[in-house]
Design a protein. Structure first.
Length: 284
């Protein structure tokens, strides 16, 4: 029985060791799967962050380029207007110097001529002023037409750039939405697979635990039945021994009683014989 208990203990310890090894391997596999998911999520997040940074850099560069183009156009317009103002100032200064020189030269010698030509000079001056005004107005009109053309061109470029940015944003948003939908479907599929795997794993664990419990229960039942059989056999053996002792005791008592009866019978027989002997002797 001690050897049987040792063997049962060894088998139980071996089954427990196998179960502990399986549990440890399952824990390690779960840890590895969690680490793999974490690493995959980290890589996806890094790629998404790099893509967002790249798009932000492109948008910043585009804004800087657009601002630089606006500044360059405005600088060119301002330079043209400054050149025009300088030319007008130079012409007005030269005309003033020429008029002063003419007045000083003609004042002493050609006073009469100047008086006659004063009206003509005033008329020419007015005509020059009108011509300058007309030229300035035509130049302003040309500058306004060029500015309007540049403004319309810049507006058209801005609208094209806005449409391009909007189209690019819609395209990027569409790609992000498609990628997000694919990721969501993949995540749902993985989640469903994980749930199915976990359910299968739980069912296998429950089945294995139930089989282990059933084996243990059968082993305990066999051990209990064997113990009951052993106790019953020990009771039978004890009863047989007690019955043998009782039988031996009864036989001994019966033998003693029979011996006493035989002795009494023999004594009675001797007494009868003695009585008959005495009677026979007296009769003789």
């Amino acid at each position: 029985r001690c050897f049987y208990d040792q063997k049962i203990l060894q088998k139980t310890f071996g089954q427990w060791k196998d179960l502990w090894t399986a549990c440890r391997e399952r824990k390690l596999s779960l840890k590895a799967e969690h680490h793999y998911r974490h690493l995959l999520h980290n890589l996806v997040f890094k790629a998404w962050r790099a893509y967002v940074c790249q798009q932000q850099g492109k948008r910043n560069k585009y804004c800087v380029a657009e601002s630089h183009a606006k500044k360059q156009k405005l600088l060119r317009t301002w330079q043209c207007w400054v050149v025009y103002v300088r030319v007008q100032r130079t012409k007005s200064g030269m005309q003033s110097v020429a008029l002063a020189f003419r007045e000083r030269s003609c004042l002493s010698t050609w006073w009469a001529v100047w008086r006659r030509q004063h009206y003509q000079n005033c008329t020419e001056h007015r005509m020059n002023v009108l011509a300058l005004q007309h030229w300035a107005q035509s130049l302003q009109f040309r500058a306004w037409l060029q500015w309007r053309e540049l403004y319309l061109y810049s507006q058209n470029d801005r609208q094209k750039a806005t449409r391009a940015v909007t189209h690019h944003q819609h395209w990027v948003l569409k790609r992000c939405m498609e990628a997000w939908l694919r990721y969501l479907n993949l995540h749902k599929a993985k989640k469903h697979q994980n749930e199915v795997a976990q359910e299968h794993h739980r069912s296998r664990v429950v089945q294995q635990c139930f089989s282990d419990w059933q084996l243990s229960w059968d082993c305990r039942r066999r051990m209990r039945a064997h113990q009951e059989d052993t106790e019953r056999l020990a009771g039978r053996i004890a009863m047989q021994r007690a019955f043998a002792h009782w039988k031996h005791y009864v036989l001994c008592v019966e033998e003693i009683r029979q011996h006493e009866l035989a002795e009494n019978h023999y004594k009675h027989h001797l007494l009868v014989l003695k009585k008959f002997w005495n009677c026979w002797k007296s009769h003789l």
